[in-house]
Design a protein around this ligand. Structure first.
Ligand SMILES: [Zn+2]
Length: 236
């Protein structure tokens, strides 16, 4: 792919739709999510391309209602990896909804939504704890903060519960599968998963969310101009 297109896709990756079977499973597992506000993109945004993420759920920086699920490369993944990432990211979408950070009820704009303020806040809290730990390893504190993150821990628990039943999912019709394992149905992500971090961490998370809401559109605009000059254009 040409460099101009690569830059363009790092700002606005192409839209895609998961398979009908994948979307059906998500609708059964998360019956209260309003999917009208969810879009799927193949490609990570520029600021996540050097991370270890293979998927992520982020707010749309240009409205207050929609959430975007990004895959690093959906088409190169196995069906098992795809559904695993979708189940995990859909748990975060449920958290967005439970924290009133999606649909018409959102207070805030762009990245400045309660989900992001809490998510970044918990990340800061994990960083502070990792720095204070007696046996800290500086190279590892970012990953350690991620591992301790309560919003991630609950998402990974739900993902693991699903993965342990993957053979049954593959062997049965989705309705029969879900009826057999009702604990996979999530209507609310729980008070622990959606609780507020400490005051200091919450303030740091809020300041960061506000800064991203202002800075990201400016960097996006700059990158799109460069991409267009280098021959990139909208696809998909
Ligand atoms: Zn996650």
């Amino acid at each position: 792919m040409k460099i101009g297109q690569r830059i363009y896709n790092s700002v606005f990756p192409p839209l895609f739709e998961p398979s009908i079977k994948e979307k059906r499973l998500l609708r059964y597992m998360y019956p209260t999510i309003n999917w009208e506000y969810v879009r799927y993109y193949n490609g990570l945004p520029w600021f996540m391309q050097n991370s270890f993420a293979i998927g992520t759920a982020l707010p749309n920086a240009y409205d207050r209602r929609t959430v975007h699920v990004y895959f690093r490369d959906y088409h190169s993944m196995s069906p098992q990896q795809r559904i695993q990432v979708l189940v995990h990211e859909a748990f975060h979408i449920q958290q967005y909804q439970d924290l009133h950070s999606m649909s018409e009820k959102t207070s805030g704009w762009g990245f400045n939504r309660r989900f992001m303020r809490y998510y970044l806040g918990w990340y800061y809290q994990g960083l502070i704890q990792a720095i204070k730990a007696p046996n800290r390893r500086w190279s590892n504190i970012g990953y350690s903060a991620y591992q301790q993150h309560p919003m991630e821990q609950s998402a990974y628990t739900h993902e693991r519960n699903f993965c342990s039943l993957l053979p049954q999912y593959q062997a049965h019709m989705i309705r029969v599968f879900i009826e057999g394992y009702p604990h996979l149905v999530c209507q609310y992500t729980g008070d622990e998963s959606c609780s507020s971090p400490s005051l200091l961490a919450h303030i740091l998370g809020t300041v960061t969310a506000v800064m991203i809401s202002i800075i990201k559109p400016m960097v996006d605009m700059l990158l799109v101009v460069v991409a267009l000059l280098l021959g990139g254009h909208r696809k998909g």
